[in-house]
Design a protein around this ligand. Structure first.
Ligand code: GLC
Length: 559
């Protein structure tokens, strides 16, 4: 089937975590005016779209993923006028803005929940998921994604409400048509403002198994809610309704964050007929690869192996071909830094391996996402104590596994944080070598990674061989060559433990990609074969090459 051309298939997206991007007023927290002031930087990079993590009013239990008013801007981030100016200036530069849509849950401070908890017959009661106690305790054994029970007893009525995340993030009841009306109206309101799409937070979790059964106990304490809240019985129906009532009426980019999604499910969410979403984020190659040194839950000190990652990504490429559209990412605000996790952040390999990973991902079929600082090769940070942590997920996990249940040693848990904690992605954007990396003139809400004196945007812009200019080139190539966007994917060298290679093919044109994921030279003849038949090099992270070999972390692309 010939692929239908769409702007969002040809685009490269840049994710901004506003809290950590750029602070214009010295309060230590990034803001909208900070983003507006950095638009020339993003224009220079060449990205087409910004995905903004939530900027709505929020008490910040989970940094804005707990929304108390969907139509107001968080005070720390500025005003609605600031938003409108940012949107207009982005549009003037040809950059679209995609909003984060967090509607699996609200904040417990949202007016709907304030009403809902008042009494059993409150008109807003059914906006949320309330259950009677079971034997005087929680209705089932589910663990919330942020540790502890997923149920919270509310004294006012003696009933429990469901919160798949923190207890300040009660889950909305999507079975209630009034909830869907409210959400769709709100989305429409933002669309009319002129935004360009939605990244939908944990959208695969909006329909729950009505039986609310106990989940399998995996770590000896609670049961896993995943099988009963992900890809539930009505999720596709709700998204089709959303599509009919809102999405199809505008020209939007839509990407669903789809915890627990399989390729079969993705073919429904992101179906080529366009009845639901454009694409989804899957988690098999990130949260799904704890590596060898797995500790507990998502926590690990291990490194995932390339063949495992390759098997996953190639399977997604093949399964969605002609049927649905992939999203491509290594990094986001919930993941450690890619160069530290999959590459090698030692000084001698950091730049090379960051460019190799970028090549490997950006030449695949799908829409690539870049997370702020990834284009600088920003690295994980180091946690010396719980005091260094800001993220509710880390803090709660430490309290549950180390303090309360004594299942994990504290020092080991901190090592897990160094490896996979979300705060690794949330340290401030490193703009220059001045105090606090030029992120703020005040005290940053989370400490800056001390390596900012070497790794920062100013230094990158002054160095023609920087990771920044490499990303700039990858983006430009995608814009120039349709084979990079629309070419059919074909895996190569599947028996290599070290080289990730593949081809893309469109209208008789062949693109060949080979990436060495190790710090040792590795045999590879694929590239030389192509060169001997007249292929030419589009991009590489090395200037000099060797025949029959890929040098450490070498990446080559031949057309
Ligand atoms: C998503 C967000 C994450 C947030 C969670 C709850 O996974 O990406 O940051 O904590 O949903 O909203």
């Amino acid at each position: 089937m010939k692929e239908k051309k769409m702007w969002w298939k040809e685009a490269v997206i840049y994710q901004i975590y506003p809290r950590s991007f750029s602070d214009s007023d010295g309060d230590g927290i990034g803001d909208l005016n900070g983003i507006t002031s950095r638009l020339p930087y993003l224009e220079k990079l060449g990205v087409d779209v910004i995905w903004l993590s939530p900027v709505y009013q929020s008490p910040n239990d989970d940094n804005g993923y707990d929304i108390s008013d969907y139509r107001a801007i968080m005070k720390d981030f500025g005003t609605m006028e600031d938003f409108d100016r940012m949107l207009a200036e982005a549009h003037a530069r040809g950059i679209r803005i995609v909003m984060d849509l967090v509607v699996n849950h609200t904040s417990d401070e949202h007016a709907w929940f304030v009403e809902s908890r008042k009494s059993k017959d409150n008109p807003f009661r059914d906006y949320y998921i309330w259950k009677e106690p079971r034997d005087g305790k929680e209705p089932n054994n589910w663990q919330s994604c942020f540790s502890g029970s997923a149920w919270q007893l509310d004294e006012a009525t003696g009933m429990y409400y469901l919160h798949c995340f923190s207890k300040k993030q009660p889950d909305l009841n999507w079975e209630n048509p009034k909830v869907r009306d409210e959400v769709f109206d709100m989305m429409d309101w933002w669309c009319r403002k002129g935004i360009d799409g939605f990244r939908m937070d944990v959208i695969s979790m909006i329909s729950k198994d009505p039986a609310y059964p106990d989940g399998p106990v995996t770590d000896g304490i609670y049961g896993d809610l995943g099988p009963y809240v992900c890809n539930g019985p009505h999720v596709h129906e709700y998204l089709q309704e959303m599509n009919r009532r809102v999405l199809s009426r505008y020209d939007l980019l839509t990407v669903g964050e789809a915890a627990g999604v399989t390729t079969d499910e993705a073919r429904k969410y992101a179906n080529a007929e366009g009845t639901e979403l454009n694409m989804v984020f899957q988690f098999e190659h990130t949260d799904g690869v704890a590596g060898e040194d797995h500790v507990i839950g998502k926590w690990t000190v291990g490194k995932p192996s390339m063949p495992v990652i390759r098997e996953i990504l190639n399977r997604w490429e093949d399964a969605l071909e002609g049927k649905a559209w992939n999203s491509l990412y290594w990094d986001n605000h919930d993941q450690p830094r890619a160069v530290s996790r999959y590459g090698n952040d030692a000084p001698e390999w950091r730049v090379l391996s960051a460019k190799m990973l970028a090549t490997c991902l950006h030449m695949m079929k799908g829409t690539p996402y870049i997370y702020q600082g990834e284009e600088l090769g920003m690295t994980n940070t180091h946690f010396t104590s719980l005091e260094d942590c800001r993220d509710i997920e880390e803090i709660n996990a430490y309290n549950q596994y180390v303090v309360e249940h004594k299942m994990v040693d504290g020092a080991l848990m901190l090592k897990c944080f160094d490896t996979v904690a979300r705060d690794n992605a949330r340290t401030p954007m490193q703009w220059d070598a001045s105090p606090n990396a030029g992120f703020t003139t005040g005290t940053p809400w989370i400490p800056v990674n001390p390596n900012y004196t070497q790794i920062n945007a100013e230094a990158a812009l002054a160095d023609p061989d920087s990771v920044f200019y490499y990303y700039q080139k990858l983006i430009a190539l995608r814009h120039e060559y349709p084979v990079i966007v629309y070419g059919v994917f074909k895996a190569r060298m599947m028996d290599s433990e070290a080289v990730y290679a593949y081809e893309r093919e469109l209208d008789g044109q062949l693109l060949t990609v080979a990436c060495n994921w190790t710090d040792q030279p590795q045999p590879c003849t694929l590239i030389d074969e192509r060169l001997s038949k007249g292929g030419r090099e589009l991009i590489s992270n090395y200037k000099e090459h060797e025949t029959g070999i890929l040098q450490p972390y070498e990446a080559r692309v031949i057309l």
